[in-house]
Structures are given as structure tokens and as C-alpha cells.
Write a new protein. Structure first.
Length: 473
């Protein structure tokens, strides 16, 4: 219902002046200009060298806010900024900037987004050394089909506004660091984007030049209504921000509101940091760890039989029997790796297995890999029991890393989670070896892991060997 005290033209004027004003008397809803939902960035997903740059990031940034991502080097702050800028693609999650879901933008749309929605300011300035100051600033306008004179007028206006108009004909290398960064700011502003993204913008500047750049950001935020998103590891810069997102190890660990800043902000200033536990997390927590030294010793002869079956195709019974004996002794640590190679290589009449040297070395490498995994598991098991609140997840993760050691492809995070789930089901005998292989080969959208047939067969076979080492089953 409309207010009886306002005329139609009064309502129209309020709607024009106040974003979100509603004539039915309801409070305006403040919408974020940047929203990040459940964002993960993982490199080499699922492998031994997996690197998690961002882990479950959720945040909202509102129009005209000045926010800072703060943390040590390697905390993920620059990666997060690049994701918001559309310069990197996340492994999982969604980023919406000024109403646009970045995952839905094709190349041309993304280029338009870069020109219209965000201006990027870099630590190293990224100016073109062969162009003078004015042309460095107006380069982005070339793609907007704006006439040359109009481009130069806009560029000169910004240079004057930033106090560097006397240097418009100079090359970048003829300027100080602070002056070069002002050129970078002017270039970021040339298309009048609503958002400015600054990645360690003062990192190469002395304290005076850095303070000048920060004051420019402050004015652009307060007077020009620009949303500023800045990355820094310098605590002296935090007083400029409305909110500070503290980052560590790819996570937002704390959000602070700067109540001392003069700019008054509305609701939702605390942000929305959340990280719900996945179904996989809850499922894996339900089981105890099963490994024990006694089981390893008792089952060593049986494991030796299985390893021999894996290694051999056509060997005489006497050779197989001798090989089982040699491998059993190696698994139990009774002989060294060198002894293993010698006994595999020696003729049967001299007490060996009778393999040639190359085959003996090949088999030895496979056996030593299994021995190494057994040693690793025995060392890790007590640590898992003492220190891990979720031992089964640690067990599954360790097995998955072993499984992917020689895997050459790349896995998505969804594939890694599916693989972990399949490993857990297999090691606890919820599915058979055949069902596990079929699960690996099944597409993700049909509830599988989305691997090809060859990879599925190889990984399924390797898991059976790993299960021998860990569980003896």
C-alpha cells in the first residue's frame, strides 16, 4: 500500500534518488554488488601435490564499500581477487558481480565485463613502456569505438584529477613509482567501472607514495562512490577499509568491521561467512580406523600370493612358489631390497627365482612401492588415532593420493569427492571390485567418478593392491 502522505511525483523523485526505495512502505533491500558462494580453488586436485588456494569462501560486498583482503603471502587473497576479476576460473563455486554470474560468460562477454564492470590496479603497474602516459590511460577506450579526441579528453580529465596531467607525454620509465601507479589508477577508471580491484597496489611504493595512493582510493570510494576491493599484507592500510576479511591458508578466518571509518554503512556489515559440512564429511566420520601391525604380519604370506598373481602371467609352479617365499620375506623385512633383487635374479638351482635382470628390477620396483606404502601406513596409523578427529577421512585421503601417484590426468573437485566416496565404499566392502571399476567409469551426472575405461581399470586394479597392504582383504 502506498503512503497517503506522498504524491505520485514525490514517490517518483524518491525512487530516482534512493536506490531500492519502495513506495509500499517496505524497507529497501540492500543487494550485494559482489557475492561469492562456496568458492574453492584447487590445483592438481586429488594428487599428492594437491594445492588448495581457496577453501569454502563465502562473502558479500555491498555497493560503495571499501573492503580489504588481509593476510600473509600465500593466504589466497590475490587468488580471490583474480577470481572476482574474472581472470581465473574457480574449481567450484559461484561468483556474481553486479548481477552477472561469471561462470555463464563466454569470452566476448567476459571481455566486456572486464571493460565495463571492474578496473584492475596491479602492484607492478603493468603499463606499456612504448606508449606515453596519456595513451596508456586511454588504451581501453580503443575497444569502445570512441573517437580519438573524445578518448584524449577523458584521459586528460583523469590525469588532471589525479594530479599527473603535466606528465601526459612522458614514457612510464620517466616517472616515479607513485606517478606510475596513478597512471594505472587512471587507466582503471577510464571506462568508469563501479568496482576497483587493487592487488597490493602500494607494494612497490615508498611510504609517502603509498599513503598518497591510499588517499586516492579513499576519495574514489567516498566521493565517487566506487566499490573498492583491495589486497594487502600491510596492517597500516586497514584503517581505510569499512570491512577487513582476514585470510589464512585459503580461508576467511575472521571479518572485522571498522567502526571508526566515517562512512556510514547499512545492514549486513558482518558479512555471511559459512562453510557447511558436506555429505561426504558426515559419512566418513561414521567409521573407525581398522589398520594394525598384527594384521600386517599375519597376512604377509597371503599378500605375497596376491602380489605374485599380479606380477606374473606364465611361470612354472616351482618359480611361483619360490617367488612367494622371497616376497613374503621382503614384506616382513627379513631381507633387504638388494637381497630381493638378487634372489629374483639368481637361477633356481642356486636358490633364486630365475628371472632375468630386467624383469627382476621391474618386479622389485613394484614390490618396493608396496613395502614403502606399508611402512607409511604403519607410521601414520598411530598419528591418525591420536591426532585426527576424522580418521576415516584421513585414511581415504591417503589411499586416494597413493592411487593417483602415476595418474596423468586432471580431476575436478567433484571427481575427487566421488573418488573418495568410491574408495570408502570399496575398502569397507560396500561395493565389489567390479562395482568399483564400473563406478569409476560412470559419468559424474549419473553418480560415478567420470573417468575413462582405461583409467577406471588401472585405478581399480591398483586399489586392490593398496587394500592388500592396508587391510589384507
Amino acid at each position: 500500500m502506498r503512503s497517503p502522505f506522498l504524491r505520485k511525483k514525490d514517490i517518483a523523485e524518491l525512487e530516482r534518488k534512493i536506490p531500492g526505495f519502495r513506495s509500499d512502505g517496505q524497507m529497501p533491500v540492500r543487494k550485494p554488488i559482489i557475492r561469492v558462494d562456496d568458492l574453492d580453488v584447487v590445483y592438481f586436485a586429488g594428487k599428492n601435490n594437491e594445492a588448495r588456494a581457496l577453501d569454502g569462501i563465502n562473502l558479500e560486498i555491498f555497493p560503495e564499500e571499501y573492503v580489504i583482503f588481509f593476510g600473509p603471502s600465500g593466504s589466497g587473497k590475490s587468488t580471490l581477487l583474480n577470481i572476482i576479476a574474472g581472470l581465473e576460473i574457480p574449481s567450484r563455486g559461484r561468483v556474481i558481480v553486479d548481477g552477472q554470474d561469471l561462470s555463464e560468460l563466454v569470452s566476448n562477454d567476459l571481455a566486456r565485463f572486464h571493460r565495463k564492470k571492474t578496473g584492475m590496479i596491479f602492484q607492478t603497474y603493468n603499463l606499456i613502456p612504448t606508449l606515453n602516459v596519456l595513451y596508456n590511460v586511454i588504451v581501453p577506450l580503443i575497444f569502445e569505438r570512441i573517437r580519438s579526441n573524445e578518448r584524449k579528453d577523458k584521459g586528460r580529465y583523469l590525469l588532471k584529477k589525479l594530479g599527473i596531467d603535466p606528465f601526459e607525454t612522458r614514457l612510464p620509465q620517466e616517472l616515479s613509482g607513485g606517478q606510475q601507479q596513478r597512471v594505472g589508477i587512471a587507466r582503471a577508471l577510464i571506462n568508469n567501472p563501479p568496482i576497483l580491484l587493487a592487488d597490493e597496489a602500494t607494494g612497490n611504493l615508498d611510504s609517502e607514495a603509498a599513503r598518497n595512493v591510499l588517499e586516492i582510493f579513499n576519495i574514489l570510494n567516498l566521493n565517487d562512490k566506487k566499490t573498492i576491493v583491495s589486497v594487502t599484507h600491510n596492517p597500516e592500510h586497514l584503517s581505510y577499509a569499512d570491512r577487513i576479511f582476514f585470510m589464512k591458508d585459503g580461508k576467511i578466518i575472521k571479518v572485522e568491521v571498522n567502526h571508526e571509518r566515517k562512512k556510514i554503512r547499512g545492514e549486513n556489515d558482518e558479512g555471511g561467512i559459512k562453510k557447511e559440512r558436506t555429505e561426504l564429511d558426515l559419512l566418513l566420520q561414521a567409521y573407525p580406523d581398522l589398520s594394525s601391525m598384527q594384521m600386517q604380519v599375519m597376512l604377509a604370506p597371503f599378500k605375497a600370493k596376491m602380489l605374485v598373481a599380479y606380477l606374473l602371467s606364465n611361470f612354472e609352479y616351482e618359480e611361483i612358489q619360490k617367488m612367494e617365499e622371497v616376497i613374503t620375506n621382503r614384506l616382513l623385512g627379513r631381507i633387504s631390497e638388494e637381497d630381493l633383487i638378487n634372489q629374483l635374479d639368481f637361477p633356481i638351482e642356486e636358490g633364486g627365482v630365475g628371472l632375468n635382470k630386467n624383469t627382476a628390477l621391474k618386479f622389485s620396483r613394484i614390490i618396493e612401492e608396496v613395502v614403502a606404502k606399508a611402512d607409511f601406513i604403519q607410521q601414520e596409523t598411530p598419528l591418525i588415532k591420536e591426532n585426527q578427529t576424522d580418521p576415516v577421512r584421513a585414511t581415504v585421503s591417503g589411499i586416494r593420493i597413493m592411487l593417483l601417484e602415476a595418474f596423468k590426468g586432471e580431476l575436478s573437485l567433484d571427481q575427487v569427492e566421488a573418488l573418495d566416496k568410491g574408495i570408502e565404499y570399496r575398502i569397507y566392502s560396500k561395493i565389489s571390485k567390479k562395482e568399483f571399476r564400473e563406478f569409476l567409469d560412470r559419468p559424474l551426472e549419473k553418480g560415478g567418478a567420470g573417468l575413462n575405461k582405461k583409467s577406471a581399470r588401472n585405478l581399480a586394479r591398483k586399489l586392490e593392491l593398496i587394500m592388500l597392504v592396508k587391510f589384507g582383504t
